[in-house]
Structure formats: structure tokens, C-alpha cells
Design a protein around this ligand. Structure first.
Ligand code: PMP
Length: 365
């Protein structure tokens, strides 16, 4: 029996708001200096790569991975000081954990809430699962608007509030007291997303596990392991047990488990690199602020810097940089507060110098 064609098309079977969305865009960086994705620009120091390959010997790829990633869990707990009372859930990147969290609360009838502008995946994944999303504008300087947040919490009774700490794309690390106030006022769960923790001065991780209202999400991506795809969620044991029911079996593959466990065993090399990136962030911020045509450089506690160029020149500056062989991120159209803003990842010093020279040219032209 043949069905009329329309009955099996995406239009017939998928929600219009998902069809209206474009797939996550990743720019082709072939041949370009890549400063668009908050990666650690440094290779592993000499000798470490050989030791890692040695650790991958006899990978037993004929077998499924350790479903509970027990070895990895031990290493993560030791490396990052996860409180004993907290449980851990691993995801294929923290993106997968965001997806699991939203899936978990989808039928509650309560929305997902986040300040905006922020990491786009909170909204994208809420829409994908048909869960309402409430964005609460930040102040113009990208600090939290506490009054607006309190009003929104009372009005919308969210299931989950996501707070990127530091925030992407702004680099802002909110006042811990403001975050604490939201955790206390939120009738739902607050997820403090610490993707940029290696570069930030404060963390909420030590406070996880004491009550159901706070979870902390981390990733190894920015630390220097973006290719491994591993994120983790620290939360009360009760929450981790519940969320684990939604995790796909064997979601963390054997190569990732072994590679990240190895890297965390040798984390002083990655920690050194993070310290170097923080130093370079300071130099880059100062140099950016001195460029004619850069109107504002926002203070960053992450491994990237958000800056605003002269009115109307955001997209043109991005395009001129790309033509000069440098890929950054044009976030100017992502939110009205971000007009003419660009985001540059802190690269190696030679890459940063090339970026600064090209930006000077672009803004002079
Ligand atoms: N949270 C924030 C705030 C991010 O900026 C990103 C990546 N850009 C992620 C989570 C996702 O990280 P990953 O999936 O690589 O772990």
C-alpha cells in the first residue's frame, strides 16, 4: 500500500518550531586561525602524547564500554574535588546533560528559564522537546538583573534555571551572592553551568550535594579535551539516580573514558596551559581596549573575550577578519543586547597577535 507522500514528510511529522530552527552551525575553519569555539589552542607537551597512546593499548573495542565509567568517575572526583555527598552523571559533552535535564522535566508543565543572552543550547533543546523557555534579559553590562530574575521566578515557577557561570558569550562571572540569591528563590532546580571553570575565580561545586536545588555542570572541552566529548553533572544522589534513568546505555565510549582518565592523571600540564590562557586573556583584553574602533571590552573570567566595535561595524569586522584568515564568532545578531559584539577565543600568543593586527586593519579601513 502506498501512502500519500505528505504523510511521511518532516512537515507532517515534526513540530513547526523545530522545523523553523536551523541545525547547530559550525563554521568551516579550514586554513583559518581558529578563534571561534573556546578550544584550548595548545597541543600536549612533549612525551605526553606517547604516554597517552600507550594508555590506549589493548582498547578492547569489541566490548561495550564500562557502563558506569567507574575509573573515570574516580579520577574526576579526585581532580575536581567533587563533594562526597554529590552524585555524578556523565554526558557526551555537557550538551547531552542539558538534553537529559530538559527531557526529565518536560512533562512537569513548568518552563526552563535562563538569563539572556546566554548559551544557546538551553533554548534550542527546550524548543526541541516542546518545553517552554523563558529568557530574562541581563543588564546592559551583562550582569544579572536580580529584580527581573526574582519577578520571573515568581511569575513562571520554572522547573530548571540555567546559569552559565561564567556566562557565554559574555564572559561575565556573576557575583556569587546574586547566584546564591537565585538558588534560594528558585522554586525549581538551579543548574550552575561551569563550562569555563578552569579560567574562573569562583565555583559552586563545593556546595553541591547538600540539597536538591543546586546542580553544577562541568565539561572537559575548554580545558583542552574538546575532541573527547565529556561533560559531567554533580547533583544530589537522589537527582542523579533519577536522571540516570534517561541516560542512553554506554553513552561515554571507551576511548573517551580512557583518554580523559589519562589526561586528568596528568592534569598539571592542562592546568599550566589554563594559567597561560588566563595570562594571555589579560594581555589580549588590554590590547583590544587600545584599538581605535573597539568601543568596549567586557571583563572575562573565561577563555574568550566579548567586545563591541563601532556602531554598525560588527558584521563587517567579522567578515574582514575572516578574509584575513582569522575565524572568530559574530554574535551581533544573537540578541539585541549584543549588537555589534564579537567574541574571540584566547588563542596562542602568535594567533592573538595576528588577530589584533587584522582587527586594527579592519577597523581602520
Ligand atoms: N555550557 C556552556 C556555557 C558552553 O559555552 C558550552 C559550549 N560552548 C557548553 C556548555 C557545551 O560544552 P560541551 O558540550 O562541549 O561539553
Amino acid at each position: 500500500m502506498s501512502l500519500p507522500h505528505e504523510s511521511r514528510s518532516p512537515d507532517a511529522l515534526m513540530r513547526p518550531e523545530v522545523l523553523a530552527q536551523s541545525a547547530y552551525q559550525v563554521s568551516d575553519a579550514t586554513g583559518l586561525i581558529k578563534l571561534d569555539a573556546m578550544e584550548n589552542p595548545h597541543p600536549w607537551p612533549g612525551g605526553l602524547e606517547d604516554a597517552w597512546l600507550e594508555a590506549l593499548r589493548d582498547p578492547q573495542l569489541n566490548r561495550y564500554p564500562d557502563a558506569g565509567a567507574r575509573e573515570l568517575e574516580k579520577n574526576v572526583r579526585a581532580a575536581h574535588g567533587v563533594p562526597e555527598a554529590a552524585g555524578l552523571l556523565f554526558g557526551n559533552g555537557s550538551d547531552e546533560l542539558i538534553q537529559i535535564l530538559i527531557m526529565a522535566v518536560a512533562a512537569s508543565g513548568r518552563p526552563i528559564l535562563a538569563p539572556e543572552p546566554t548559551f544557546v543550547m538551553y533554548g534550542v533543546l527546550a524548543r526541541a522537546m516542546g518545553v517552554p523557555f523563558v529568557g530574562v534579559p541581563l543588564h546592559r553590562d551583562f550582569t544579572l538583573d536580580l529584580a527581573a530574575m526574582h519577578a520571573a521566578l515568581a511569575e513562571h515557577d520554572p522547573a530548571v534555571v540555567f546559569l552559565a557561570y561564567p556566562n557565554n558569550p559574555t564572559g561575565t562571572l556573576d557575583d556569587p551572592a546574586a547566584v546564591q540569591a537565585i538558588i534560594e528563590a528558585n522554586p525549581g532546580v538551579t543548574v550552575v553551568d561551569e563550562a569555563y571553570a578552569p579560567f574562573a575565580a569562583h565555583s559552586f561545586l563545593p556546595e553541591v550535594g547538600q540539597h536538591d536545588g543546586l546542580m553544577v555542570m562541568r565539561t572537559v572541552s575548554k580545558l583542552g579535551l574538546a575532541g573527547a566529548r565529556l561533560g559531567y553533572l554533580a547533583a544530589s544522589a537522589g537527582w542523579i539516580d533519577a536522571l540516570d534513568r534517561l541516560r542512553l546505555p554506554y553513552n561515554i565510549n571507551t576511548l573517551t573514558q580512557r583518554s580523559v582518565a589519562f589526561a586528568l592523571d596528568h592534569r598539571e600540564a592542562l592546568d599550566d596551559q589554563a594559567r597561560g590562557i588566563i595570562e594571555e586573556r589579560g594581555r589580549l583584553s588590554e590590547a583590544l581596549a587600545a584599538i581605535d574602533g573597539v568601543e568596549h571590552v567586557f571583563p572575562s573570567q573565561a577563555n574568550f573575550i566579548l567586545f563591541r566595535v563601532r556602531e554598525g561595524q560588527g558584521h563587517a569586522s567579522f567578515a574582514a577578519l575572516r578574509d584575513a584568515g582569522i575565524l572568530i564568532k559574530d554574535v551581533g545578531r544573537a540578541h539585541p543586547l549584543l549588537a555589534d559584539c564579537l567574541r574571540v577565543t584566547v588563542g596562542r600568543s602568535d594567533e592573538n597577535d595576528a588577530f589584533l593586527a587584522a582587527l586594527r586593519n579592519a577597523l581602520a579601513g
